[in-house]
Design a protein around this ligand. Sequence first.
Ligand code: HEC
Length: 159
Amino acid sequence: MVLDWKSGAAIALAVGVSVAAGGAFALDAQGQAAATTRHNNFKAQGAAFKGLLDELKKDTPDKAVIATNAAKLKASAAALPTWFVKGSGPDDGVKTEAKPDAFTDAAGFSAAAARLKDETAKLDALAQASDIAGVKGQVRNVGGACKACHDKYRVPEKS
Ligand code: HEC
């Protein structure tokens, strides 16, 4: 199940490529499919982070649960840039919470994604070494990397 997002993205891409030849309507469908895949990937990423944080709150955190979720976060952070497929942004008529800048500010967005990749790699290294105190400290840096990107590239959530 860990790699579900990967097969999902691959399917969306394959479908997108095959419908792209069909014209403008098909292109919209392609963009929307990519945005839906992205949405699902972020939900999985959020669930992995929450699973890890919930485990840390316990008196005796299960190191295996922490290690599994940290590995998921690292993998999803590494893949994150590939979720922002061209044609799947708000300017393409796609329903998405991504701001247009996520697609146009390539340098800034790459830097924000790279920051998460670095922080989750550090988190995973600590988790695989069963350094729970280290993990507890590092989750702040990971959370900071999530927030920094959301503040800049995601439409604030409506209440
Ligand atoms: C490089 C930018 C970036 C980073 C880093 C990032 N996000 Fe996001 N996130 C986004 C964008 C943009 C959206 C909106 C996507 C859309 O609606 O198409 C989003 C959406 C989400 C959503 C909402 C999914 C839904 O239900 O629609 C969740 C949950 C989420 N992110 C969790 C996280 C977590 C947890 C982290 C850190 C571990 C993180 N994100 C790091 C850019 C980022």
